[in-house]
Design a protein around this ligand. Structure first.
Ligand code: ACO
Length: 323
């Protein structure tokens, strides 16, 4: 018998306000056509005034608990991937824990920007495999609208707010690639690229700062590194791209998503795409896409799913799991 981290619940939350590309045309030298053709984004959701990352995360967590038929007290831990926590501390995860009235277990944040959910899944899986926990809520939640420079057309049209959550449970598998659950993980970072994508504020400046990105440079790294990390994780699981039912990529840009699928020799009908409706929601994008993919009837129990993401750091990675 081999212990596996199996998905037993999934949910998401998107703020009410939907902002179409055309809304940027009034204040910026941009167009719906440019945003659509360069990024694939058509609209995104923005949090309401006063609505925070931990609010979005709490709603997604509640949806995942309902999907699993569990109560907060059934969880051993909450791991929340975010770069836009409400405050410098305490963690947004402990805020969610309080909102759920969960008084047992533990909660903490993971920060690896757009790759954050992959890093959080990896943490949760390691804790499950070591026997430290049995059930973990893994959340990705962001309010990137709070760190946008609204005068910078090269970034502010690309991002959105949202949250998604998965519940993982320790279950016994046979130890083969047919098992349900996480089958392999690959994580990478290379801090030499830290200036390609960063926020120019924080404790050192006394401000929360704005996102700065050399988009075309990040783009060049993305396709190559995402295809490689996905293939490495598949290889670790003893699988090949031909075994994949669904790629659930980080939703930053449709051209990166298409390029990565092509490099892996996979057709776009094996890719869950939500970037048109959500924009880039950073660490929330993969759990959002998993939840939407399941709700659409795309991802079904037993399907082999590969998730991959890259973001600031640069940090990137992939998780192979059987749903
Ligand atoms: N409207 C109109 N024109 C624009 C806009 C806009 N909103 N934004 C930029 N432009 C212009 C630029 O000024 C430039 O003009 P110039 O040629 O006169 O200088 C031109 O469009 C081309 O700009 P590029 O940046 O070269 O355009 P590109 O095709 O690379 O697309 C984009 C830009 C969409 C940002 C793309 O590079 C991208 O998606 N990059 C990767 C983003 C990503 O994956 N980030 C990682 C995750 S995010 C995270 O970790 C937080």
């Amino acid at each position: 018998m081999t212990k596996r981290s199996v998905v037993i619940g999934v949910g998401h939350y998107l703020p009410e306000r939907v902002v179409p590309n055309s809304e940027f045309e009034a204040s910026l030298d941009t167009s719906d056509e440019w945003i659509r053709s360069r990024s694939g984004i058509e609209r995104r959701h923005f949090a309401a005034e006063g609505e925070t990352t931990s609010d979005l995360a709490t709603y997604a967590a509640q949806a995942a608990l309902a999907d699993a038929g569990l109560e907060p007290g059934d969880l051993d831990a909450i791991i929340l991937a975010t770069s836009t926590a409400d405050l410098t501390f305490p963690s947004a995860a402990t805020m969610v824990q309080a909102r759920l009235e969960m008084t047992t277990g533990f909660a903490f944040d993971v920060q690896a920007v757009c790759a954050g959910f992959i890093y959080a899944l990896s943490n949760a899986n390691a804790m499950i495999l070591s026997g430290q926990v049995k059930r973990v809520m893994v959340i990705g939640a962001e309010t990137f609208s709070r760190i946008m420079d609204w005068t910078d057309r090269s970034t502010c049209v690309l991002f959105g707010d949202g949250a998604g959550a998965l519940i993982l449970e320790a279950q016994d598998g046979a130890g083969t690639a047919e098992d349900r659950g996480i089958l392999a993980v690959d994580l990478n970072s290379d801090g030499r690229y830290k200036d390609l994508l960063y926020v120019d504020g924080g404790v050192s400046t006394g401000t929360s700062g704005y996102l700065r990105m050399q988009g075309n440079q990040v783009f060049r790294h993305a396709v190559e590194k995402l295809a490689k990390t996905a293939e490495t994780a598949l290889e670790r699981a003893g699988l090949t791209p031909g075994d994949v039912d669904w790629i659930v990529p980080h939703q930053a840009n449709i051209r990166i998503i298409r390029g990565t699928a092509k490099k892996m020799g996979l057709s776009m009908d094996k890719v869950v795409v939500t970037v048109q409706d959500h924009g880039n929601t950073s660490a929330a994008s993969i759990p959002l896409a998993l939840s939407v993919g399941k709700a659409r009837g795309q991802i079904k129990q037993g399907d082999l799913v590969v998730t991959e993401a890259i973001g600031g750091g640069l940090a990137w990675g992939a998780v192979v799991l059987r749903w």
